[in-house]
Design a protein around this ligand. Sequence first.
Ligand code: AMP
Length: 451
Amino acid sequence: MQFEELGLGAEVLRAVAEAGYKEPTPIQQKAIPTVLMGRDVLGVAQTGTGKTAGFTLPMIDILASGRAKMRMPRSLILEPTRELAAQVADSFEKYGKYHRLSMALLIGGESFKDQEAALDKGVDVLIATPGRLLDLFQRGKILLADSKLLVIDEADRMLDMGFIPDVERIVSLLPRMRQTLFFSATMAPEIRRLADKFLLNPKEISVAPPATAAATVSQYFQRCGQEPKMKRAALRRLLSADDVKSAIVFSNRKRDVGVVHRSLVRHGFDAEALHGDMPQPSRMATLDKFKKGDVRILVCSDVAARGLDIPAVSHVFNYDVPHNAEDYVHRIGRTGRAGRSGTSVTLVTGDDRKTWPAVVRLIGRDVEELPGDTEAAPVPTRETREERPARGSKRRSTRSRSEEAEAKPARKDKSGGERKSRTPAREQEGQAVTAFGDDVPAFMLTPVPNV
Ligand code: AMP
């Protein structure tokens, strides 16, 4: 199918051609004609599927006729994070370059004054995060009675971030007669309840998650002791590999973002940090620097993981296994984008005995193990010692050891007979090794996760 068949106007088609898109993605094929018809849409789609253009392209055409009144935006797009909001604004600029639509971006961390000035001029497209929008509404700076086109993007993320009461309040301020486009990566019962409440006879569109992360990202994990020092050392070794052109390092805690970032800089790495507590202008500036290639490594929290479109990231490193397995998919999806290949490596410690198997279950495929530094790794079990391939010969899968033991024939010695294990009988029976006496560091006693 071609873009020309979707019913879009000539100017939008020209902008799309200049963006280099050859054909519409599945969500665009399904959503664009429906939106142009004026129908509500319930889209189950993740970022990376092309859903942003799926709603921005027809919106530009719909809004092309008509004029905005002061403080009364004609359309509203709600986004859960400032970064996503800024990204949608970029899309409007790119696809709307042959239209004269006015746009305002209302996100926290930026000056109220500039945002109020933009509203005063009248806006066709208002892109906002819920908190800032309500702030401005309560100050009497904005009226939503004329917003007849509403987009709620990443509804499941809004739910995770506790924004649903704000979203419900905002929707109650919009006219009842409106067109609503509602997108979510998943359809949990709470999301379905909201969709039923906000939408009128919607067309339901569901597209498979983008294959990019699964198909083009080579995923590895490496065992590591849970001591922060060990994790940082392991990370430095990984970042020093020749093929690491640009990398995002994800940490679960904001505090660790700072610690890891400072440590990398101290060790001479070209790194910047990005997390939710930073003032918005410096968040944007950092992201911009990374996108332009002016800095090689970005250490960040999950706020930067969702939906960010940074085309040339060669590696993603998970300094921590994310608490929420879905975040893993979003994190590794920052590399291997737009058909490029990418690599992800996750550091797995004894603390991750629950979270890492959950990730492996979610992605539904094996993740290969990179040989780690034996000194940094938790004390290897008999199985890991025997099954770990020699250094340089690479990689084990994440199947449980018992599965692997079943899958593997007993090893043979050179003469074809079964090789005798040199492991002491006590260890073979699974008892703890006590040769360290009382001085065994705590991390060494933590069982290795069953990965
Ligand atoms: P999204 O899912 O909206 O975050 O889009 C993911 C990426 O796909 C963005 O970099 C878009 O520029 C790109 N994209 C959107 N539509 C198309 C298309 N029809 N062909 C190729 N790339 C596209």
